[in-house]
Design a protein around this ligand. Sequence first.
Ligand code: PLP
Length: 861
Amino acid sequence: RLAAAVFRYKDPDVDAMVARARIAQATFATWSEKQVDALLLALARRVATEARTLAEATVECTRIGNVDDKTGKIGVASLAVLKTLFGEPGSGWLDGGGPDTGVREIASPVGVVFGLVPVTSPVATGIFKILIALKGRNAIILSPNRIAQPVCAALARSVDDVLQAEGAPADVVQWVTKRNSRRKTQLFMSHAGVDLVLATGGRAMVEAAYSSGNPALGVGPGNAPVLVADDADVDTCADNVIRSKSFDNGLICGAENNLVVVAARREELVAALERHGAAVLSAEETAKALAGPLANGRTRMSSELIGRSAADIAAKLGIRRERTIRLVVAPSESCAPDNPLAHEKMAPLVSLFTVPDIDAGLALCKQLMQLDGTGHTAVLYTRDEALAERFGNEVAASRMLLNTPATHGIVGATTGLLPSFTLGCGTFGGNSLTDNVGYRHLLNVKRLARHDPEREAVFDYMNYVNPSAALTSQVLGFDSLEVEAEGCIVRDNRGREFLDCLAGVGVMNVGHRHPRVVAAVREQLERMPMSSRLLFNARAAELARRLADLAPGELHYSFFCNSGTEAVEAALKLARAATGRVRILSTINAFHGKTLGALAASGRDVFKTPFGPMAPGFEHLPYGDAAALEAAMGEDVAAVILEPVQGEGGVWPAPPGYLAAAREACDRAGALLIFDEVQTGFGRCGRLFACELAGVAPDLMCLAKGMSGGVVPMGAVLGTVRAFQVFEQNAFMHSSTFGGNPLACAAALATLDVLEDEALCARAVELGDFLCAGLRSLQAQYPEAITDVRGLGLLIGVEFADADVGAQVIGGMAARRVIAAYTLNQPRVIRFEPPLVITREQCEHALEVFHAALRDCLGRG
Ligand code: PLP
């Protein structure tokens, strides 16, 4: 290399060949797939027809291997390789890119390939490289090992004939024949006009290719261990190993080199090997062989034995058996680097190691592969899938073969691997890939990637909205963009339809985009969406009157706002003002919203801790515990705030008598009773307001969510005359700029009409009962997984023994396109909270999907 750098060798031959190759490649690049396939077919046929002659010529000049097997090998390299190419796209658009990625792949040639042709398989490797290079519209320059020059010249003539007959550019395949030398090879490998080196050869050649400065695909030596496990079929193993390792007299790089057998099966394996024609040497025979012609006392097998037949080798070693010897098996113990038997043996000769158990066997296989053959091939004989998996995980081989002859297995004759004569060994073996190299490796696959609005939205969400919320949605399987909704159906940007069993967390009670609500909003939008705040707003006035009519008890005035938490905020302030007291009694696990006042009323610390200190005066009692409420009550209490069904706390309907007891306690102490009906209101639980079911009316009632039909956000607090008395002091004591805007009021008025006209409260009862019954029967089927099913109307919670199961079930439902979610303060509970317009069939579908997701999750699929 130093010399090359100093003297800057040039060779006009090399430059001329590369230049010609580039010109030929430019013309060839315009060939159609049909033309190329016709050319490849003709080439493969011609070489297959001449396989025996070429095999004979190979053995004659290289003096290694045998004619029969080389004939077969040439057949694989021509016809089996052709089969992997023919009809496949080798240029232009490929089918790849993956579904729904918006990425398309385009094949374009790498250009001029320089291919080394080894002495072990000159014809097979030669034709293989020609076929895969031409499929990708590349030109190739082949450089045969010097000993193989005569047979390569014969192959070149046949190839040239076909190229000419098919009208291919003359120099698309060229051979380095004249005065080939190491220096010349190096000039080619580092030539600026060569685009890729395909280095099949000895270690030195591969290293030279990698350090040439040009991209290179290389291979590594083999030394395949064969691990024979306790449960192996040793007879098949012996037969396979003999057929495989005697093939072409052991010249296949991935063929078996070392048998590693567990002690319990050694005798049987030896007997089977003998039965199938192997000579298993005695300790004395082995020692004699090592000292003699096997290694001549050196640390590597003598090169004179490479590619000789087993019978020849046996004769040389002075080993005699009654039958023809097909394989020599030499027992060995040490895998030290000075043991020739532990290294690669390119001959029908294998070592035989005995190990106490499978762990020791695996360890030995790994050690052997450290010596030689790192990353190449390893073989296992077992029936145990778990062991096969362990082998696959632990052993660093690019090809791991199970119960199959290695020679045949590595080229796909007895496995599904790609027929190839260039086998990568990965970085284990100093190569860039572990693949069986094929035509795809000789393509520059370009990718045309389209702008994808879905990915952009997710990326922006991740970056500009809320990274962890984005992650949660994706983990749960909600990874697309919502684009359209109608009734109970949400459609995404991929055109998929989801059945909505969450209704925007209880917002879409009348279904998504109810036409009457949309029409009312549209009409208002055309006139005046927002209020002047000084002139009278007829919509707000009408809505307040209707709510006063519909609401239970003495609820009379309405204060309009825009969300649930604002409604709660207003209720808390009004209660304090009306009573002149501070203490507010709430419940553990209550959810009232996340602004500071509502948060103080809420009953779960995780959502409070980072934002402290909380507003003072709030106490949290166990939900449903009337005695606790009674005990905490006093004449300093401004209000008690309760959800008629604790929604986010895990869907807990108030126990019978609880709300009435709260009413009584408040009345006795002069405190106000606030019902938070943000989630339970507007038909969700089977009545317009859930508290009606208990026959108890509050002094203040918080509303939002379903109030305005899921079209415009809105909230409200309704109160008695007493509760609203602070406004007598100042009309603007509490206010909201957007509160009661005409657009939201128009939506709310239309929503009330729809709830009434479509009798959605009754529907919530009927379908709620139906869903609950279905879920309860699943609870009976899976009592260990589902611990409770409870709810009111169409607010139903399913409680799991394990929160992870809940999350997985939601994911499983998402995958089957049903939207569900867990409750915010109780992740073990997932809820069914669909639009009240859901049909019975849709409920059945939701149940089926829930069941399927649960079965998957419990592994009963
Ligand atoms: N109150 C209850 C009972 C709720 O369920 C919720 C929200 O889930 C709120 C208040 C807060 O409503 P918003 O998110 O509109 O502020």
